[in-house]
Design a protein around this ligand. Structure first.
Ligand SMILES: [Zn+2]
Length: 1120
């Protein structure tokens, strides 16, 4: 049957080309038309494979070259050509070779006054032009002049033809040589005027598709610099801006507005960032740094990055970028273990960091069964110490609803009760509208503070009473000696403040913080602290939902940006804060906001007041670097009540952000803190993240090129007038906060039970100590047996915060540390069975100085693990040295995990290492069947998937990428042979699965993840073959008693039953286009079905004569 059909089709095609008999040709065309009008594309593709395109093109050329062409043959032939050509990728090339372009152009010229014939020619040209090479050839042969004769100002006649002509022109202008020709022949002002004319007359929106095609012409031309210049010279910005102003809410004009916006963004003149230099405002003399680039005067050329001079490339050529290129496929590199990276004798120094292996505990009496529950009485007087048997104890919150009576509200329950359920106290509050006060959501029982400002007067009164100087409150001096009177006054003042307002906060102490902060060494010699770090943060009672993005919000923001250029009358452009310019810039008398960032982890380089309530902000690059702008943390004061302020951070670097997908920044209000709510909350609305018109110079191989910048824009309505607030990318966690926390933890533990040792791993380049913490249980006694059990406990090594901007990693680490020393029975089991070696902050200098990614040398420390240097990357060198040492004495850790934060994905997940999965994924030719691999690397993530509410297996990956060869995860896996070597990534945003679905992370959820990770380690051990009988029995008793669901872990021990959840999709493309430099795939251009539809309609109407026109409303249809 199929063969018969094939031969039949071939006979038809053959006859079509060879026959000169009019009737037979017509009959064959009719037959082919019928054949292809039903069924699927497969028939057409089949016909193409049998030479159908060539046959039709030859027939066209023969029929057109006669003295008086026969349109009875030509019209159905054109319709077939368009239909087939759309699906033939090589059609343009075939048409060129068979000289069909010329004859079609000639026919079109002859039929300028004969719209039906012309329309058919245009369809064919439209299909020819889909190949860029052919389009360029048509341009050379004068196709564009011809089309501009057809495209007239607004009319109701021949609109089908006008639409087709405009669409052909748009297709032709995809060729850069055509665009250049169009600019040279001054088509840009003509096209602008044509569009404006159609737009203003077509009030019923009957011809949207014509307007769309005209805009697409301009969009393609605007890809050339000369095109943009012509557009600006012709007042294109002003005209286009005003044409779309009156139709922004019209749904039927959606594609028109979208393309117009793209043109406006593309033509907005590129300009350098308003910074004296892109290098960080801070520089620090460190070894091995070549002094930064010499400043050079920049020209407009430096900000051009569109490579417009390259030749037209045929868009048909598909060079899909292989994402798997980065996978390591060298089996030797994957499975061989490199030698030691340093002389073996150097490892001895790390013996001193493992005192637990040699300590004899002589102070312990050899008396097992000592009273182990004395901690509560012994430490109860210490006010930081949690008193309940919970991982984090109780956070004291006044329940204000119960008539002023204080009531202790338990925030955390025992860890096991929260497995996969999340915090029991979580209750989803209703979705907040934009602009509402975040604190109302966070403190449902708080004294109704609303954005309306109803109750603000009460609060103001209470402040007036105390006559606080807000600026002093927010920035206590931390000078070591309170010598002069101002400092003494400040100190006394702080004392008074703390005594009156501070409520006890678990694991925090402002006095201790102040002492620690004094010892912290920063590049800029900070003399002030940020109030939130000093005062402390108490997590909110409930997690906050993700922000629902308002449709069209990005469009509004972008039009506001465009308005700066064309309606500059309300633009202030006044620098109000700058690290680069002499201090102080701000006259406090003026009405504008005041900014400050010169404190630990602070990052704001410059603030420019753009309009009365709008500020452009620039963040500082990492020290000794010109890049990595993402993290921000700054103080803002002098605000008015109930006013939405718009902030734009204009020099962000990453091409996309969770800020487009529900994430909010964080805010801390000093007034709220003094009112008893010292809390970082998610805040901001109208949040979007998009590419802007600024370009940042980067020195690449000596040549300057303009790197794109992105704007993070958000609106904030502050909770109080004249407040002092802090805004940050994510919940800040400073180095001084860590040092404070470690001291408090150390004091909090029951030394009879908990072995807690804090020591210095090494000094950093900036002169700060990098702490190393050891946690395990004290031996039961100093008997030989007990000491032996103590010393034989396997190690677990956890590190965090190698990337300073990833403060979420520190909150997870905080949860891990607090849980490990807690009196939770699970924690006790963990301590009794493992020795934890923890480096909670691998990059203290970066954290202190407000970096996002790097060390003081401007390098990513998580790319230095292959061959770190003791002088240049001391923390990495010694962290690796410690791991090498453990390996050298046969005590490599069971699990190594490095905590990170992830800016593009949601949830918490692990990256691990697998040879087989990497080779499979890369489809490497090497046989993997002989390779033996222990699959236990999957066990821990599977366990966490079951336990931790925030964790998901579906985002985990176990591939070894070449670009990650020098990360902690890969190096510890390959060099130390630790098969369970991981990176744990926590989203900056929140969860899209599990009990926290739709919620943003608060610090409690992050801390809980840290505790759950520990529980995961215990269950991993229970499932392993090496687990001792004693542990198993005790764990069974504990887990069964606590939670029946946990039986699962014990019963399924050793089996690997659970299947991997199906892959969660990464973020979908944003509803509103983020980048304007898009390729044709997103254009609203003719699709298969649409041209088919046009042809169908025409064929249906063809008997109605030539002057038949599109009906009203048809223009609205068929916009994809
Ligand atoms: Zn990271």
């Amino acid at each position: 049957m199929a063969e018969q059909e094939a031969s039949g089709l071939q006979v038809l095609l053959h006859t079509l080309q060879s026959s000169s008999d009019r009737e037979s040709i017509l009959t064959i065309l009719q037959l082919l038309g019928d054949l292809l009008s039903v069924g699927t594309d497969r028939r057409i593709r089949y016909m193409i494979s049998k030479g159908g395109s060539e046959a039709l093109l030859r027939t066209l050329v023969d029929a057109a070259r006669t003295a008086s062409p026969d349109y009875v043959i030509l019209l159905p032939l054109f319709r077939l050509l368009a239909k087939v050509g759309l699906r033939d990728k090589k059609f343009g090339q075939k048409a060129l070779e068979l000289e069909a372009l010329d004859v079609t152009l000639i026919l079109a010229r002859k039929n300028l006054c004969h719209s039906q014939n012309l329309l058919h020619c245009l369809w064919a040209l439209r299909v020819f032009a889909s190949s860029v090479t052919t389009a360029a050839m048509l341009g050379i042969n004068g196709a564009m002049e011809l089309l501009l004769k057809v495209i007239t100002p607004y009319t109701q006649k021949h609109t089908r033809v006008i639409r087709a002509a405009a669409e052909v022109l748009a297709a032709l202008l995809k060729s850069k040589s055509n665009s250049r020709r169009a600019v040279n022949r001054s088509y840009v002002p003509i096209l602008i005027r044509l569009n404006q004319d159609w737009h203003s007359h077509d009030t019923a929106n009957s011809f949207v598709l014509i307007r769309l095609a005209l805009l697409l012409c301009l969009k393609h031309i605007a890809k050339l610099r000369s095109g943009r210049e012509a557009f600006l010279a012709a007042q294109g910005m002003e005209i286009l801006y005003s044409t779309i102003q009156n139709c922004l809410d019209d749904q039927s004009l959606e594609p028109v507005i979208s393309i117009a916006l793209q043109i406006l963004r593309q033509c907005y003149p590129k300009s350098p960032l308003p910074l004296v230099t892109t290098s960080s405002a801070y520089s620090f003399p460190v070894p091995g740094i070549v002094t930064s680039e010499t400043p050079r005067v920049l020209t407009e050329e430096d900000y051009e990055d569109d490579g417009e001079e390259e030749e037209d490339k045929d868009s048909d050529s598909e060079d899909v970028k292989e994402e798997d290129d980065d996978l390591e496929t060298d089996v030797n590199k994957l499975s061989s273990k490199p030698g030691l990276d340093r002389p073996e004798e150097e490892l001895v120094q790390y013996k001193a960091m493992c005192l637990e292996l040699s300590c004899s505990f002589e102070e312990l009496e050899s008396k097992p069964g000592d009273d182990l529950n004395s901690d509560e009485t012994e430490y109860a007087n210490h006010r930081h110490i949690p008193t309940a048997a919970s991982p984090k104890g109780l956070c004291l919150n006044k329940d204000r609803i119960s008539g002023g009576q204080e009531k202790e509200v338990p925030v955390q329950n025992s860890l096991l009760s929260r497995v996969k359920m999340g915090r029991s106290s979580i209750h989803l509050t209703s979705k907040r509208g934009p602009g509402m006060n975040s604190y109302r959501n966070v403190h449902p029982n708080g004294p109704g503070i609303g954005s309306s400002g109803n109750d603000v007067s009460d609060i103001q009164a209470s402040f007036r009473e105390d006559a606080w100087d807000m600026d002093v409150i927010s920035c206590p001096r931390i000078s070591a000696s309170f010598s002069n009177s101002t400092n003494r006054e400040t100190a006394e003042f702080i004392d008074r403040l703390l005594q009156t307002h501070l409520k006890p906060m678990v694991f925090h102490d402002p006095y201790l913080y102040m002492a620690k902060a004094r010892r912290t060494r920063s590049v800029a010699d900070f003399t002030r602290m940020a109030f939130p770090d000093f005062w402390g943060h108490c997590p909110p009672l409930s997690a906050q939902p993700m922000l629902q993005r308002k449709c069209g919000v990005q469009r509004i923001k972008i039009l506001e940006d465009v308005r700066r250029l064309i309606q500059p009358n309300d633009i202030i452009n006044k620098v109000v804060f700058s690290l680069d310019e002499p201090w102080p810039l701000q006259d406090t008398a003026s009405d504008c906001l005041q900014f400050f960032s010169v404190f630990e982890s602070g990052n704001l380089r410059k603030a420019i007041q753009v309009r009365e309530f709008e500020y452009d902000l620039l963040v500082n690059a990492d020290v000794n670097s010109t890049q990595h702008q993402q993290w921000f943390y700054f103080k803002v004061s002098g605000m008015k009540a109930a006013v939405p302020y718009r902030f734009n951070i204009i020099n962000c670097e990453k091409p996309n952000s969770q800020f487009n997908y529900g994430m909010q920044l964080t805010l801390y209000s000093v007034k709220e803190a003094l009112l008893g709510r010292p809390t970082w909350v998610r805040t901001g609305y109208d949040i979007c993240y998009y590419k802007n018109h600024y370009r940042q110079r980067t020195a690449v191989m000596g040549a300057a090129s303009g790197k794109c910048c992105y704007t993070l824009t958000f609106a904030v309505t502050f909770p109080h007038a004249k407040d002092v607030c802090y805004l940050a990318y994510h919940y800040p966690y400073t180095y001084s906060a860590l040092m404070t926390h470690l001291d408090i933890l150390e004091k909090s533990v029951n030394r009879k039970q908990v072995y807690f040792r804090q020591e210095v791993l090494c000094q950093t380049l900036g002169g700060n100590s990098c702490p190393l913490v050891t946690v395990t249980a004290m031996p039961e006694s100093n008997s030989a047996d007990h000491l032996e059990q103590f010393r034989q406990r396997p190690y677990q090594v956890i590190t965090a915060r190698v990337h300073p901007g990833e403060s979420n990693a520190s909150w997870v680490m905080k949860g891990t540390l607090e849980f490990l020393v807690s009196s939770d029975p699970v924690a006790r089991l963990l301590r009794e069975n493992f020795i934890f070696k923890i480096i909670p902050m691998l990059n203290p200098d970066g954290v202190i100085n407000g970096n996002h990614r790097c060390s003081l040398r401007g390098e990513d420390l998580n790319r230095q693990w292959l061959s770190p240097s003791a002088h240049l990357q001391p923390t990495i060198y010694h962290a690796k040295g410690l791991l090498h040492y453990l390996g050298s004495i046969g005590r490599s850790p069971m699990v190594f995990c490095d905590f990170h934060g992830h800016s593009q994905k949601k949830n918490v997940f692990l990256y691990g290492c697998s040879v087989k999965e990497t080779l499979w994924q890369a489809e490497a030719t090497v046989g993997t069947s002989n390779l033996l691999e222990d699959v236990s690397y999957r066990t821990l993530p599977k366990i966490l998937d079951k336990l931790a509410p925030a964790f998901t297996m579906s985002s985990c990956s176990f591939l070894v990428e070449k670009s990650r060869a020098s990360t902690a995860r890969v190096v510890v896996w390959r060099e130390m042979g630790v098969s369970r070597s991981y990176t744990m990534e926590s989203s900056y945003c929140g969860c899209n699965q599990g009990p926290y679905q739709g919620l943003q992370f608060g610090t409690s959820e992050l801390e809980e993840m840290g505790a759950m990770f520990c529980l995961g380690l215990l269950i991993l051990e229970l499932k392993s073959g090496s687990c001792s009988h004693q542990l198993l029995t005790r764990a069974a008793a504990l887990l069964n008693a606590e939670e029946e669901s946990l039986d699962f872990y014990l019963q399924s021990r050793g089996s690997s039953s659970s299947s991997i959840a199906s892959e969660l999709d990464d973020e979908p493309p944003c509803l509103e286009e983020i980048e304007y430099g898009t390729d044709s795939s997103s254009d609203q251009e003719v699709s298969f079905s649409e041209l088919d539809q046009q042809i169908q309609e025409c064929a249906f109407h063809k008997d109605e004569g030539e002057e038949e026109e599109e009906g009203t409303g048809q223009g609205r249809k068929a916009i994809p």
